[in-house]
Design a binder for this molecule. Structure first.
Ligand code: NAD
Length: 362
């Protein structure tokens, strides 16, 4: 079987880690024709558009993509290309496994949990009103017509839509994921004590969905601040976490930290029949072009992609090769060494070479 997959190299360190992942995926022997398309800074330069139409068309056509990180400048009315891709393609489930591999330094042992983050709504819906703008003033005036609570006139406003539809679909996804992957428990994370309507709806919907699975998968819910503490103290108690968009983003970075850092945290954005695989980390601009950063997160995103394509044995072989290289701790990047200045650290492409060698030696 041969596959056609869209490759979006991305910005900053994106092209280096995407190339490393592509080479490792190819080394499994699975036949993939890569269709490379550019988004982000390079696309802005070449086509005058951060997210040219051909990028979304390519993913729609091929159904599967491997994507490097893309820069989002802070502020300035600039929407994230990463968020736009997820929203345009309705990739509603962001799946981020957080697992400790032997050899990766962490204060914890035996963490193996999966974050399922809602990807399309919440404060990431991109509905914002700039402070002092006419639209912000109109929104404030409208809200205050029926609500005695005072909003300062110089406020900026962000809207947090949480729907019953999107909540049901993400929680159902989490339970189906748990069933398919032999997981035992789903924890819904929220702040329903404060945001009674938005997070309250998410929680109510989660409880309704959980009732349909109660014979097979355990369910609990936790408030996001308490969850942050519990994860730092007792991460082993958790299995699958399901969260609205913003909490999911923050808790995924926290979990990446628990299992050894952003360099080893992979991810997938999945919709109905479409999927884009990308690391949790961003474009780390200060390391761009240095052949220095850790390619593991992107390579493990490639493992998730192989599994999604149904190439389970290739996925297992590639994950095993990554595991061996991590456990040996020799041909690894600076961030995986005890001393970050260890001169024996290898570069991005050399770590990929070591993983490919392990794959071939098997
Ligand atoms: P970042 O993840 O790019 O980097 C933060 C730090 O984490 C880096 O300075 C580095 O020390 C470490 N790090 C990240 N990836 C690493 C790797 N592979 N190996 C070793 N160390 C690694 O986060 P940031 O600096 O907040 O964001 C930079 C840009 O990336 C921003 O424009 C942001 O919007 C964007 N971003 C994109 C995505 C995405 O494309 N999905 C995700 C997050 C951030």
């Amino acid at each position: 079987m041969s596959y056609k997959v869209t490759l979006i190299p991305g910005d900053g360190i994106g092209p280096e880690v995407a190339l490393a992942a592509r080479r490792c995926v190819d080394a499994t022997g699975v036949s993939i024709e890569w269709e490379e398309v550019i988004a982000g800074a390079a696309a802005l330069k070449q086509f005058g558009d951060l997210l040219p139409k051909q990028v979304l068309d390519s993913v729609r056509r091929n159904k599967v993509a491997l994507k490097g990180p893309i820069v989002t400048p802070i502020g300035g009315g600039f929407r994230s290309v990463n968020v736009a891709i997820r929203q345009e393609l309705d990739l509603y489930a962001c799946v981020r496994p957080a697992k400790i591999y032997p050899g990766v330094r962490s204060s914890f042992k035996n963490i193996d949990l999966v974050i399922v983050r809602e990807n399309t709504e919440d404060l990431y819906a991109g509905i914002e009103f700039e402070a002092g703008s006419l639209s912000a003033k109109n929104v404030i005036a409208e809200i205050q017509k029926n609500n005695p609570k005072k909003i300062r006139p110089d406020s900026a406003i962000s809207i947090k839509p949480i729907s019953s539809f999107a909540s049901e679909r993400i929680v159902e996804f989490a339970f189906e994921y748990a069933l398919k992957n032999g997981r035992k428990k789903v924890t819904a994370v929220h702040k329903a004590n404060i945001m009674k309507y938005t997070d309250g709806l998410f929680l109510k919907t989660a409880r309704e969905v959980a009732a349909r699975y109660s014979e097979r998968i355990a369910f609990e819910d936790t408030i996001v601040d308490n969850m942050s503490m519990q994860l730092v103290q007792r991460p082993q108690n958790y299995d699958v976490l399901v969260l609205p968009n913003l909490y999911g983003d923050i808790i995924s970075d926290l979990c990446a930290g628990l299992v050894g850092g952003l360099g080893v945290a992979p991810g997938a954005n999945i919709g109905d029949g479409l999927a884009v695989f990308e690391a949790v980390h961003g474009s780390a601009p200060k390391y761009a072009g240095l052949n220095k950063v850790n390619p593991t997160a992107m390579i493990l995103s490639g493992v998730l992609m192989l599994r999604y394509l149904g190439e389970e044995s290739a996925a297992i072989r590639l994950e095993e090769a990554v595991k061996v290289v991590l456990a040996e701790g020799k041909s690894v990047t600076y961030d995986l060494k005890a001393d970050r200045n260890d001169p024996s650290a290898v570069g991005t492409s050399q770590m990929a070479d070591a993983i490919i060698k392990k794959l071939k030696d098997k």
